[in-house]
Every structure is written in structure tokens, then in C-alpha cells.
Design a binder for this molecule. Structure first.
Ligand SMILES: C[S@@+](CC[C@H](N)C(=O)[O-])C[C@H]1O[C@@H](n2cnc3c(N)ncnc32)[C@H](O)[C@@H]1O
Length: 386
């Protein structure tokens, strides 16, 4: 089977690296989606282990269409009787970009009609109506420059829904984006578990929780369900097997050093609650603290954070002066690495330091910069002493 994994813009390379560690070497990316070859076991594995893909989709067909008739024909030609039953609860999820077929609702109607007609013609149940009382199957149709891609969503809910974050009220980072950001930093707990990881603006705790789960090798999809496991034609037991493999790999004898703080006491109690649900509360040191007082006795560390955005949480000027004070505190730690996700225009000017690397990203449709500051590595100290 061909599987498609949609990824957040700018996160293709990080997700490809994760795929490579899961054994998927050949993974070309195109138009925000990574394509891999896989069987049902791979579908289970990807859903349970992939940290930053958004979903795992089965690619059913690709064809050109500029009219509703062509769309209908292309969808009718798919052997839906191999994928759906007359009880399937079929949901359509579509988008169209730069294409003649632009009316999504109408396209969705045509697509569903084609699926139902095919099932009615091929699955001879004698029934006239379809009950839609069974397992959910989300059929995706994406039309880009008149090329239609039809998919079946094995994940169901997006992979960012790990299951631990139930209380966040606004502006939390998506778990999949948080995981991708962490993977793009120098935080490498497998090599140096004692190196501190800090988020001084932690709110609901997404970054420190994802860092702790990475350090402990807790698979992201361990605590949730996936649509494919309820489908009649998917082999039974494969999700359980993948989860068992995931559980067996969890490290129980490591002590990551992860700090989470926020100026808002309510944020800290929410973050603690989420960390408990995520099984990592004992591995994170929480505190109510002002990030402008951030300090550490440890010479080396990694700070990954997304400070308040002027747009949503406070007035831009306040954020500018907060970044000035935070930048001053951070400069007292010249050997630390810092990675800041922010939409604040001219962030570097206020932070007081030009980033070593910057990348444009989207966080909930907000254009952001991800600014990387590299401290000295412990290796360069070691090299000097020799
Ligand atoms: C954009 S939110 C962080 C979202 C977080 N990454 C998440 O996924 O939930 C920014 C946070 O910065 C906190 N904050 C604002 N000013 C602060 C300060 N001076 N020191 C520490 N935290 C502060 C806010 O309380 C808010 O929780």
C-alpha cells in the first residue's frame, strides 16, 4: 500500500528523519505530504510511533478531473467494497487549491454519491439504504491543480491528539509541532540524559511533556485509539501488538532533567495535570517563575519555548519589553542553546541577539519564526582541555 503522511509546513525533514529511524528510508515529500510504502503492520506502527506527522492516510487513487462527471467516474472506479461496508460511517474531508473544481461541499456530495453507488452495485445486501451505524471512515479528497488524490484516514483523530492534554484553553502548541521542534534542536537525551531541557513559558506543558516522553521513549500514540483498528477488513490485533512493542521500549531507569515554568500559577497546575496524564509528572520540575529571572547553575542546557504572542495574549509592546528582559537573562548563559518560536516582528532586535539560524513556520495559521541560538558544545570544552 502507498501511505501518505501530511506534515506541518517546514517540518518535512524532521518527519523524514523520524521515519528513517522507524525503518522507512524511502520517503519522498510532495506538497506537504510524505509518501511511504507499507502494510497494515506499518500503519499500526506509524500511528503509534510517529511523533510529528499529522495523520496516516492510505492512498487509494490519483486522477485528473475538471468536471463533476470526471470526479464521479474517478471515485466510482475505486474498489470501495474492499475498504468500506454498508454500515461504514463515511465522512468526507476535502480541499481544493488552484483547481476548476473548487466548490468543496458540492465535490464532497458527488464523491460520496459515487462511493455509495459503487457499494450498492458491488455489495449485494438487498438493502436500499446505508445505515452509517458502523465504524467511522474518513475519506479524503484533495484537488490540487485539477489532480485529485483520494485517501482513507487510518488515524481518525489527528495524531496531535495524544490523549493527555484535556484542559488547555487557548494558544497551546500542537503536540506534533512541539515534538518536531524538539527533534530539530540539540536536545538529545539518548546521548546526554542529564543535560537540562527548559521551557520558561510552558503554559499547558506541551514542550516539556513531549521532551520527557522523548527522553523516556514513550510512544506518542500509546494512550489513544485509531480508526483503522475498528475496520472489518483490517487484521485484528495489530494495534495491540504495536502498543506492546512500544510499552516494552519505555525506559524506566533514566532520569531526564526537564524544567517547566510559567508566571501564571494556573498554567502550572494545568501543565502538572497534563504531565500526570502523560505519565511524566515525576520527570518534570515545575515552578511558578518569571522567565526574565531565568537562570541555571548547569553550564550547558537546551531551552525551547514559545513566549506569549502580541497578537493574542497581550499587547505587542509588552511582549517586546518581555523579550528584552528575557534576552538579557539568557545572555548570562552563553553555553546554552535556545530555540524560540514567536510571531513577534523583529524578535531578534528585542531579544538582543541575532539568531544563528531561523526558519519560517506556521503555528495555528500564524506565521512564526523559529529562532535558534547555539551555545558552545561540551565537546569544544573537552577539545580545548586536550
Ligand atoms: C504562548 S503561551 C505558551 C504555550 C505553550 N507552549 C503550550 O503549548 O501550552 C505563553 C505563556 O507565557 C506565559 N508568560 C507570560 N509572561 C511570562 C513571564 N514573564 N514569565 C513566564 N511566563 C510568562 C503565559 O502565562 C503563557 O502561559
Amino acid at each position: 500500500m502507498k501511505l501518505l503522511i501530511p506534515v506541518a509546513s517546514g517540518m518535512e525533514q524532521i518527519t523524514k528523519r523520524q521515519l528513517s529511524t522507524l525503518g522507512f528510508e524511502k520517503a519522498p515529500a510532495d506538497n506537504g505530504r510524505i509518501e511511504v510504502d507499507g502494510d497494515w503492520q506499518d500503519i499500526a506502527k506509524l500511528n503509534v510511533f510517529l511523533r510529528s506527522g499529522e495523520r496516516v492516510l492510505i492512498l487509494l487513487s490519483r486522477f485528473s478531473a475538471t468536471t463533476f462527471d470526471e470526479l464521479y467516474e474517478g471515485i466510482y472506479a475505486i474498489p470501495w467494497e474492499d475498504w468500506l461496508t454498508v454500515e461504514s460511517k463515511i465522512l468526507m474531508d476535502g480541499k481544493s487549491v488552484q483547481s476548476q473544481l473548487a466548490a468543496i461541499k458540492a465535490c464532497g456530495g458527488v464523491a460520496k454519491k459515487a462511493i455509495i453507488s459503487r457499494l450498492a452495485d458491488k455489495v449485494r445486501t438487498g438493502r436500499k439504504t446505508f445505515s452509517e451505524s458502523g465504524a467511522r471512515s474518513i475519506v479524503g479528497f484533495s484537488i490540487f491543480k485539477d489532480e485529485v488524490t483520494i485517501t482513507l484516514d487510518t488515524s481518525g483523530d489527528g495524531l496531535h491528539k495524544r490523549g493527555y492534554r484535556s484542559l488547555a484553553y487557548s494558544a497551546p502548541l500542537k503536540e506534533t509541532l512541539a515534538a518536531a521542534l524538539i527533534d530539530s534542536t540539540f536536545y538529545n537525551p539518548d546521548r546526554d540524559i542529564e543535560k537540562p531541557f527548559a521551557d520558561p513559558f510552558c503554559w499547558s506543558g506541551t514542550l516539556p511533556i513531549e521532551a520527557a516522553r522523548k527522553a523516556l521513549h514513550i510512544p506518542p500514540g500509546l494512550d489513544r485509539e485509531f480508526d483503522f483498528a475498528k475496520w472489518d477488513y483490517a487484521p485484528k490485533g495489530i494495534l495491540e501488538e504495536a502498543k506492546e512493542e512500544g510499552k516494552a521500549g519505555i525506559l524506566t531507569d533514566v532520569k531526564p532533567c526537564i524544567w517547566a515554568s510559567d508566571i501564571n500559577p494556573e498554567a502550572i497546575s494545568i501543565a502538572k495535570y497534563h504531565a500526570k496524564r502523560a505519565g511524566v509528572d515525576k520527570h518534570i520540575r515545575f515552578s511558578v517563575a518569571n522567565a526574565t529571572q531565568f537562570s541555571a547553575t548547569e553550564k550547558y542546557g537546551v531551552l525551547v519555548s514559545n513566549p506569549p504572542y502580541g497578537e493574542r495574549l497581550s499587547d505587542e509592546r509588552e511582549v517586546q519589553s518581555l523579550m528584552r528582559a528575557f534576552g538579557k537573562a539568557f545572555r548570562a548563559l552563553p553555553d546554552w542553546n535556545a530555540y524560540i518560536l514567536t510571531s513577534l516582528p523583529q524578535f531578534e532586535r528585542f531579544f538582543g541577539k541575532t539568531a544563528d539560524k531561523k526558519k519560517k513556520l506556521y503555528n495555528a495559521n500564524l506565521v512564526c519564526g523559529f529562532y535558534s541560538y547555539f551555545g558552545k558544545s561540551p565537546k569544544s570544552d573537552f577539545d580545548k582541555r586536550r
